[in-house]
Design a protein around this ligand. Structure first.
Ligand SMILES: [Mg+2]
Length: 441
């Protein structure tokens, strides 16, 4: 029996529900629904005009409906009158195939047909900036190596504590908060979970951080590279695959602690990385972060070549510990559902075709990349990434050719809009267009 949202509302004194969905560009959209209407909405969904969002629809299309997933319910810790719900989009009684949460659920279904489940955790970095987006909020945060700076962290204690308290209350098991490698940059970590739960929490985390920052008179941004001289906002993911309570990635006898299945999964990721950049690094601004010149702190902490290694942060994939790997490619503008869906789709190809990722490299890739000229490189800009997605038979097969076509069509519209006013040059300062279109990603 699905949970009855009307009853829950009464018990928890919820007055309004936000029935939300995320479109292909990762924009979080909602209807605010009073509790007395939630019974019908739980059955039929909240109505939306698809064309008004970043989904490939026309004004003539019928209404689409966001049918809330009651398991995703979060009572806002900072405003208990409101319950937040993730929803799945339906049109004419069928799921909207080119909608991100549906796309992820489709990949999860394929995984479960093999009796496998992906678990993951995400590390969402963000900056606290001025209202206009031109400078950092903390004028004293100017050290050349500001990572883990206690004073700068504690000047933001009131906000960080409130966000962390919320995560404790929601049962996410947060375990650490820090000042990251760029001035004005922070990261907060909570426990890994099933990929759908992590994706929903990732969506909610961004909403929560932005909302609470505003409450404290600040602005938070997950933009990949708001300042060209500082380290960008990554969104690394830690990945493992399970069968029930058994971690199928774990092999204690292997030198790096990974099983054959894990190496095949890795092979799939490495095979599809170039095309997946269109999902993992989806904005024009994303390409200031990867393949980037060194930053003020001395390193970009982001990859340029497609390689994997042990516990070494200069490669795209790091194996920090037995039984899991960390994919360091994604940035703060990645759509939380497409991030997880992309990893599963690529990993499944690797498992199905028993792909081999080759040998791990144990060099400092930031310095030694010239010694490995044959390594595949990451795309240099969004155009290259979109072209690689267009040419990817594997991703077309995984998501459906129509879904990929829709994504490419919308991205090309965005690129055209940018190009009508700008030229992309990662050595020049971040353009106003990028700020206007990415600061609130
Ligand atoms: Mg980090």
């Amino acid at each position: 029996m699905p949970k009855n949202l009307s009853k829950i509302a009464k018990a928890k004194k919820i007055k309004y529900f936000l029935i939300s969905f995320v479109d292909l560009f990762g924009v979080l959209r909602s209807k605010l629904v009073p509790t007395q209407a939630i019974g019908d909405m739980q059955k039929d969904g909240a109505g939306f005009a698809g064309f008004a969002t970043w989904l490939d629809m026309t004004p003539a299309d019928s209404d689409m409906f966001g049918v809330p997933d009651p398991d995703s319910l979060i009572q806002l810790p900072w405003n208990k009158e409101i319950g937040w719900l993730a929803s799945d989009l339906y049109m004419d009684g069928k799921p909207v195939k080119a909608s991100p949460r549906v796309m992820l659920k489709e990949q999860i279904k394929k995984m479960s047909q093999k009796k496998l489940q992906m678990k993951s955790g995400v590390e969402c970095e963000y900056f606290l900036i001025s209202e206009d987006g031109h400078s950092l909020a903390d004028k004293r945060d100017i050290q050349s190596k500001p990572c883990y700076d206690q004073s700068a962290l504690m000047r933001r204690y009131d906000l960080i504590k409130e966000i962390c308290d919320c995560m404790l209350e929601m049962g996410w098991k947060p375990y650490q908060n820090d000042h990251e490698d760029a001035n004005g940059q922070f990261e907060m970590n909570w426990d890994y979970s099933d990929s759908l739960i992590t994706a929903d929490r990732h969506v909610f985390f961004k909403f929560m951080v932005k909302s609470l920052a505003e409450k404290h008179g600040l602005r938070a941004t997950f933009m990949p590279k708001p300042f060209s001289n500082l380290t960008g906002n990554g969104c690394h993911a830690h990945v493992s695959v399970w069968n029930g309570k058994t971690n199928k990635f774990l092999d204690n006898k292997n030198q790096l602690g990974l099983s054959k299945l894990a190496y095949n999964f890795l092979g799939g990721i490495m095979n599809n990385t170039q095309a997946l950049s269109a999902f993992f690094n989806p904005t024009i601004n994303s390409y200031r972060r990867i393949n980037a010149p060194p930053t003020k702190s001395g390193a970009t902490w982001s990859p340029s070549s497609i390689s994997y290694t042990g516990n070494n942060r200069t490669h795209m994939i790091r194996i920090p510990d037995k039984g899991r790997f960390e994919l360091r490619l994604m940035d703060g503008s990645a759509n939380p559902y497409l991030l997880q869906a992309g990893i599963i789709a690529a990993g499944l190809e690797g498992i199905n075709k028993k792909l081999n990722p080759g040998k791990p490299l144990h060099c400092n890739m930031y310095e030694d990349y010239k010694k490995y000229p044959k390594l595949k490189k990451l795309p240099n800009d969004i155009n290259q990434a979109i072209n690689m997605l267009q040419n990817s038979k594997a991703l077309s097969k995984a998501f459906g050719a129509d879904v990929i076509k829709s994504y490419i069509k919308l991205k090309n519209l965005e690129i055209k809009n940018f190009k009508s006013k700008n030229n992309f040059n990662k050595r020049k300062p971040v353009s106003q267009w990028e700020k206007d279109n990415t600061l609130d990603c």
